[in-house]
Design a protein around this ligand. Structure first.
Ligand SMILES: *[C@@H]1O[C@H](CO)[C@@H](O)[C@H](O)[C@H]1NC(C)=O
Length: 303
């Protein structure tokens, strides 16, 4: 059952940002430096998130939110991991390293902080996984794999120990391409130094998803469609190594779809032209939204 669109509440502020320079030429070669800089872009963001938000709440705030003492301690360890990832990637990139941006995080209390942490760790894991096949140098690939595993453990800890959900989504983690990763991460970015190298992403309009009828699994989609796009549209669900599709029905400005049964855990969705093949940047119309499908400890794997 669809519980919540995890970041939906936060999506409102997306793309008021001064977008960083982007590289929209699909034919441009994405080399290891560009990939490592994309990873560093995300690590800078995570580093700023833990530094800024943990400085806002002390041990008492965590206790008031109902968390035992060790929760904040573990979050501090995660914060140190992210700072280390930043230094590590900066070391590998030398003077080509991209610089931190200015960020805004809606961490209003330790609970919203934990929810954003879970989302960032999950997206971070998907980002490393999506980039892995593009990394040429095996030594960088192994390093990226090491960071990926740590981010996945962190996501699992937040998701299970802190948020009391499942530590995993299923037998496969979900890879996500840079454009969709950036569409999720960029909602926290206010502006970036103009001197930063271009990112290997294209900028897509925001998608928000709200549930109209849980039992009928019908969802309302809100996004800007370009006037010259007349293709039938589908909602793509990125879940493990699979992508599922449902048809989008349009009535005037209203878009609806029927969410498939048997989705588990975190699922990324984006609006695409209906091709029923793995979406590319070209036929993807919107950025991604994260949906959460909690499942009980007695549930069977669906993948
Ligand atoms: C891969 O990167 C490492 C670390 O920078 C470097 O020492 C090595 O020469 C690179 N290998 C290739 C094949 O470029």
């Amino acid at each position: 059952m669809l519980r919540s669109s995890l970041l939906a509440a936060l999506v409102g502020c997306a793309f008021v940002l001064a977008a960083p320079t982007v590289n929209t030429d699909a034919n441009e070669v994405v080399d290891d430096v560009a990939i490592l800089n994309f990873a560093l872009t995300l690590e800078h963001l995570e580093n700023a998130f833990y530094t800024q938000c943990l400085a806002t709440f002390d041990a008492k705030d965590f206790a008031k939110a109902g968390y035992p003492d060790w929760v904040r301690g573990r979050f501090e360890q995660i914060a140190m991991h992210e700072a280390t990832h930043v230094r590590f990637l900066e070391g590998a990139l030398g003077d080509k390293a991209t610089k931190p941006c200015e960020y805004k995080f809606p961490c209003d209390d330790p609970r919203s902080f934990s929810a954003i942490s879970m989302a960032l760790e999950t997206v971070g894991t998907s980002a490393y996984l999506g980039a892995a096949p593009l990394i040429e140098n095996k030594s960088y690939l192994a390093d990226a794999g090491s960071i990926l595993a740590t981010e996945a453990r962190q996501a699992a800890w937040v998701s299970s120990a802190v948020l009391k959900g499942s530590a995993w989504d299923g037998p496969f983690e979900t890879p996500l391409g840079a454009t969709l990763v950036f569409s999720l991460a960029s909602q926290f970015i206010v502006s970036c130094p103009a001197s930063n190298p271009p990112l290997p992403v294209s900028i897509k309009p925001t998608l928000s998803v709200s549930v109209i009828d849980t039992s009928a699994r019908s969802a309302k989609l809100t996004f800007d469609r370009s006037a010259d796009n007349k293709q039938p549209l589908c909602l793509a669900y990125f879940t493990g190594l699979d992508v599922k599709f449902t048809d989008i029905k349009q009535k005037g400005d209203e878009y609806t779809t029927t969410v498939p049964a048997n989705l588990q855990g975190t699922v990324y969705v984006a609006v695409v032209d209906c091709t029923n093949t793995k979406p590319t940047d070209m036929n993807t119309l919107t950025g991604a939204t994260m949906l959460e499908f909690p499942f009980s400890s007695s549930a069977k794997n669906v993948a």
